[in-house]
Design a protein around this ligand. Structure first.
Ligand code: ADP
Ligand code: ZN
Length: 209
């Protein structure tokens, strides 16, 4: 199954995409993780992307589209994949339709208060990219999964969060109507426990227990 996870920053796209990835044995493709990987490795693409990410703006379509197109050609994508954080603009969605056949778009919905709480308390493992919330961590400075350093992303600081939410509303939210029209949209409210939310996503995709 070729899936897209849609929704505002901090709604839990990454967390839920990872859970589903493990169950379905298909890769989660997070453009945010890929871009941050490029920044860490100091590639040209990373250098170009960094100033946009730091400002809470979107990285230009041409950069991200090329990156995803290449990634989807890798052998591990042949049995399906979960796109997490892509497409984020109508232009990206249109480009994607030229090189991928999407089966469903999961649109995660949560209140602004919940989203803010997720973002301000989020810590990310610098090695495996898993995310954790301060409310669930004790005092760990390292990743409970792999021992990598846990970091507070610069763009998870309050000033940049506000900008990212604005950018989401203006540039990404129109995708909901776009995928509604194509009949691929599956709305899922993610306001309960992680486990219940995961089940709701599975239900929306017609995956039985
Ligand atoms: P979140 O889902 O919490 O916003 P991501 O890790 O998906 O975080 O994205 C972090 C940043 O990376 C975005 O604010 C944006 O600058 C950049 N980015 C990620 N995916 C895309 C994309 N598809 N198009 C443009 N920029 C992107
Ligand atoms: Zn880790």
């Amino acid at each position: 199954m070729n899936l897209i996870f849609l929704g505002p920053p901090g709604v839990g796209k990454g967390t839920h995409a990872k859970l589903l990835m493990e169950e379905m044995n298909i890769p989660q493709i997070s453009t945010g993780d890929m871009l941050r990987g490029n920044i860490r490795e100091g590639t040209e693409l990373g250098l170009e992307a960094k100033r946009f990410i730091d400002a809470g703006e979107l990285v230009p379509d041409s950069v991200v589209i090329g990156m995803v197109k290449l990634r989807l050609q890798a052998p591990d994508c042949s049995k399906g994949y979960i796109l997490d954080g892509f497409p984020r603009t109508v232009a990206q969605a249109e480009a994607l339709s030229g090189f991928a056949k999407i089966d469903a778009v999961v649109n995660l919905i949560a209140s602004d208060a919940k989203i803010m709480g997720h973002l301000t308390g989020r810590r990310v493992c610098s090695r495996c990219s898993n995310t954790f919330h301060t409310s669930r961590l004790k005092d760990e400075k390292v990743c409970p999964d792999c021992g990598g350093a846990l970091i507070h992303r610069d763009d998870d600081k309050p000033e940049t969060i506000a900008r990212r939410l604005e950018v989401y509303k203006r540039q990404t939210e129109p995708l909901i109507a776009h995928y509604q029209e194509t009949g691929l949209l599956r709305n899922v409210a993610v306001e309960s426990s992680l486990e219940a939310n995961h089940e709701a996503i599975r239900g929306a995709l017609g995956l039985t227990a």
